[in-house]
Ligand binder design. Structure first.
Ligand code: T68
Length: 834
């Protein structure tokens, strides 16, 4: 195996090791009991696990808030430059276990609760996930703010305080049902309301053009409605507990400009309508990942949190620098997590030009030194565009500003490519289709000083296919920052047994310097270490089997290969390719009962966007096939299929440590990066994957012997599409594919209901198989045979698993943050004294 170390993987965090805990067991016990009494009004005899959870959170929060106060004081006195991470999503998961780990209080808390007769594990299970995000993009934001605090960087996350996060998924008769998520119903012990920092946001109305004394044209926006933004702060504790940053989430509220006319006419109830409308803004997270719904409320959500956040930033800046804007870009950098917060660009221009009365060029200079933009997708259906008419109605002044930005930019394009109208129409922020549209991607590139993709290949494709002319115009602007994950949550906290084993071998500093894991590589062939490593994996599998039993009633074989695919359900992620292979195995076993394979349990977790019919059909198909196979005694000793409902961060934490195989099988060129691939490999799962996103960089790190790569490459995909891809060719030429697809149309899996799974088949034939499942099927199936052979060689497999853990150093989010700090944000750490 390669032992090459990438430059990036040598990134060392600036943070120091966690110190001795700030509380001993006795003090923590006393604090928990005190909160049980004085915060919750109950006592040790009456308290249930939920009360114990709240009391424990409150005890921990005391220390968190002390750290927060010191951090804010330190940032204030040092007048630090800070990054402001704007994201419509933060997928935080649970906070208690994480905060205890980062404060080095986990063991102490465990002992304290044990002495009180309470199980910490049970207490942790009481915490609802903070699921304010859809998937990878939202979880990336959560990992990044963890790393920023750990590395003692002045940073603040800005987002939306959704009342309902991503829906809770139930499976009824095999189908996905969406239920509302109510994560705050019984209170959230972590968040702090800051009424002193409420902001007001304008919407609708019209723009008045006036002439100032100097003859200058002045624009005044007369809003039609005003809403309040109430900030809720969630402390973000760095590992070691020194820096505690905040995640500030805005909740919308009626501005209280009561509709008195209606009220006086006796319409007390009707007058509340306005309140309801205002409060709707932060009611619910849109559950669509990778598609743009174009809904008015979504645009209002985006503007709402950007406007609140900018006001908040400017208020803080003015407190230190008054009306002198000359230092703004020294103090403030704003990272746009995809285009969702792109409306912040014209909003800052509006503030600078209309309010601060800076001239346009000066304002634009400030703006383009403030923003940087991360692109997370190349899928055309995910690139945000807003109808100009919608913008005009909601944000009339912003539309004017966007036109002005575009007008000036078009002049630049004319200089570079004189007379080239094709390039102009491609680069324009305005798309002149039947309905005029505003392209938020173009706006983001034009308004930012740096633009990054999230894995090497993705950034290359951003330059080559998505924004090639922008790259020619500004060769320095487009760059790459490969994603990462926090090893604190995704190894130390979620896999305590493996963490303890690693500590014993290489010491306990790896959570801060993940490259140290390479020191495990020398033990990859060591029989004793292999045994210890695989024993941990086995125990984790037994624990997951227990969870599977509780959630589905199914007893799985823990000697089988645990083969896991966990991610949002999407055609491009190809859960249905996995399903086709499962069907192939099923057929082979039926045709040949002695078909030679190691027992395997295929485990899925996935939510489908509620309006994405085919994605829901694929979930239904997986569940129906699972039901049939699991109840078929002819095969179920070798083959089992599990669909775990309601996949989310806390469930991922239970599944990932138990995985033998990690399925990363997107069509090459479609998955920007992936981050689940990193989490699974870090926990010793071996990847079956395409040359897509970060899989490529994972393969570089672990070496070809420790990963199963299959399928068409990006270039081969392009070539096949260019030549004209016809799935029928594969259907008619490959008897196994034909048999499987035809099987799906019978009533074999849905007795009495033939055709219930037909949509999956049709998407792959008449539907054109847009993601090339059939083209990649044979290669995938061959890779799976190699997996089977490798697993049966126990020594070989143990070595592969160890090498995966050992070589994941590059993928710590600390390294990603270091890349952003060096190449985009230009920040310096601010050491917070204890
Ligand atoms: C993901 N994107 C990428 N989008 O798919 C994944 N989209 O490859 C990458 O690793 C990850 O971002 C982090 O960079 C998403 O998760 C969304 O969730 C989303 C949500 C709303 C609208 C569009």
């Amino acid at each position: 195996a390669k032992t090459k170390k990438s430059k990036a993987s040598q990134a060392a965090s600036t943070a120091a090791a966690p110190e001795t805990p700030k509380l001993d067991k006795g003090e923590l016990k006393a604090a928990i009991v005190r909160h049980l009494h004085c915060t919750l009004g109950t006592d040790e005899n009456k308290a249930n696990n939920h009360a114990w959870w709240k009391a424990t959170c409150a005890a921990i929060q005391e220390l968190v808030l002390e750290g927060l106060r010191k951090t804010q004081k330190s940032h204030y006195f040092n007048d630090t430059r800070a990054v402001h991470y704007f994201s419509a999503e933060f997928l935080m998961g649970r906070l208690l276990s994480n905060n205890m780990h980062n404060l080095n209080l986990f063991e102490t808390a465990n002992d304290a609760l044990t002495e009180l007769g309470i199980s910490l594990t049970d207490v942790l299970e009481e915490e609802p996930d903070m699921a304010l995000g859809n998937g990878g993009l939202g979880r990336l934001a959560a990992c990044f703010i963890d790393s920023l605090a750990t590395m003692e960087m002045p940073a603040i996350g800005y987002g939306i305080h959704y009342e309902h996060g991503l829906f809770r998924q139930e499976i009824k008769n095999g189908a996905q049902i969406e239920r509302p998520d109510s994560w705050r119903d019984y209170g959230n012990p972590w968040e702090i309301c800051r009424p002193e920092s409420i902001q007001e946001v304008s919407l609708y109305g019209y723009v008045e053009t006036k002439y100032g004394d100097n003859g200058r044209i002045q624009k005044e926006w007369h809003p039609g409605s005003i809403v309040k933004g109430v900030p809720w702060d969630i402390p973000v504790v760095g590992y070691g507990g020194k820096t505690v940053n905040v995640l500030r989430l805005w909740q919308s509220q009626s501005s209280g400009y009561f509709n008195w006319d209606v009220f006086n006419a006796g319409g007390y109830v009707d007058a509340q309508v306005e309140n309801v409308q205002a409060e709707t803004i932060s009611k619910v997270l849109y559950p669509n990942d990778e598609t743009e719904a174009g809904k008015e409320l979504r645009l209002i959500q985006q503007y709402f949190f950007c406007a609140c956040s900018l006001k908040d930033i400017i208020r803080r800046y003015k407190r230190a620098h008054g009306d002198d804007w000359s230092r703004f870009t020294d103090q403030v950098v704003i990272q746009l997590n995809d285009t969702h917060p792109a409306i912040a660009i014209p909003e800052l221009m509006r503030i600078l030009v209309d309010r601060a009365e800076l001239d346009w060029d000066k304002a634009w200079q400030i703006c383009t030194k403030t923003f940087a933009y991360t692109n997370h997708t190349l899928l055309p259906e995910a690139l945000e565009k807003w109808p100009a008419r919608m913008l005009e109605k909601i944000l009339p002044r912003h539309l004017e500003i966007i036109y002005e930005i575009n007008h000036r930019f078009m002049a630049e394009v004319e200089k570079k490519w004189p007379g080239d109208n094709a390039i102009k129409s491609k680069l324009s922020i305005i798309e002149e289709s039947s309905e005029k549209m505003v392209r938020m991607g173009n706006l983001s590139v034009i308004g930012s000083f740096r633009v990054n993709g999230v894995a090497e290949i993705h950034s290359m494709l951003v330059k080559k296919n998505l924004f090639p002319e922008f790259d020619q115009l500004w060769p320095e602007k487009l760059t790459n920052v490969t994603n990462g994950i926090t090893p604190r949550r995704w190894l130390k906290a979620c896999n305590p047994a493996l963490s303890a084993l690693i500590d014993k071998k290489i010491g306990d500093q790896w959570p801060l310097n993940l490259s140290q894991l390479t020191e495990l590589a020398v033990y990859a062939d060591n029989k004793t270490f292999q045994k210890q490593f695989m024993k941990v994996k086995q125990d984790n599998k037994v624990a997951l089997a227990q969870t599977i039993k509780e959630l589905t009633g199914l007893t799985v074989n823990t000697d089988a290969i645990f083969d896991i695919q966990i991610k949002r359900l999407h055609e491009y992620k190809r859960q249905h390719l996995n399903l086709l292979h499962i069907l192939a195995l099923y057929r082979r076993l039926l045709e040949n009962p002695s078909y030679d394979m190691h027992p395997r349990v295929f485990i899925f977790g996935a939510k489908a966007a509620p309006g994405y019919t085919l994605a829901k059909d694929i979930i239904f198909a997986i569940n129906k096939v699972a039901e049939k196979i699991n109840n078929d005694p002819r095969v179920n000793t070798k083959l089992q299929v599990v669909f775990l409902p309601n996949y989310r961060v806390s469930l991922a934490e239970k599944m990932i440590p138990a995985a033998d195989v990690s399925e990363q099988i997107s069509t090459a060129g479609k998955e920007a990066s992936g981050t689940g691939n990193m989490k699974l490999a870090l926990n010793g799962a071996v990847t079956v994957g395409t040359l897509d996103g970060a899989n490529i960089e994972i393969a570089e790190e672990v070496g070809d012997d420790n990963i199963f790569i299959f399928g068409l490459t990006v270039d081969e995909v392009a070539e096949l599409k260019r030549k004209g891809y016809s799935p029928d060719d594969y259907y008619y030429k490959n008897a196994e594919i034909k048999a499987i697809l035809d099987w799906l149309e019978t009533d074999y899996f849905t007795p009495g209901k033939p055709g219930a799974l037909a949509s999956v088949k049709h998407s792959l034939l008449s539907g054109g198989d847009p993601y090339l499942c059939l083209a990649d099927f044979d290669s995938y199936s061959a890779a799976q045979e190699q997996v089977d052979a490798a697993y049966r060689d126990k020594t070989r497999w143990a070595k592969m698993a160890i090498m995966n853990t050992a070589m994941m150093g590059k993928f710590t989010s600390d390294r990603s943050i270091k890349d952003y700090v060096d190449r985009v944000w230009n920040l310096t750490a601010c050491i917070v004294e204890n």
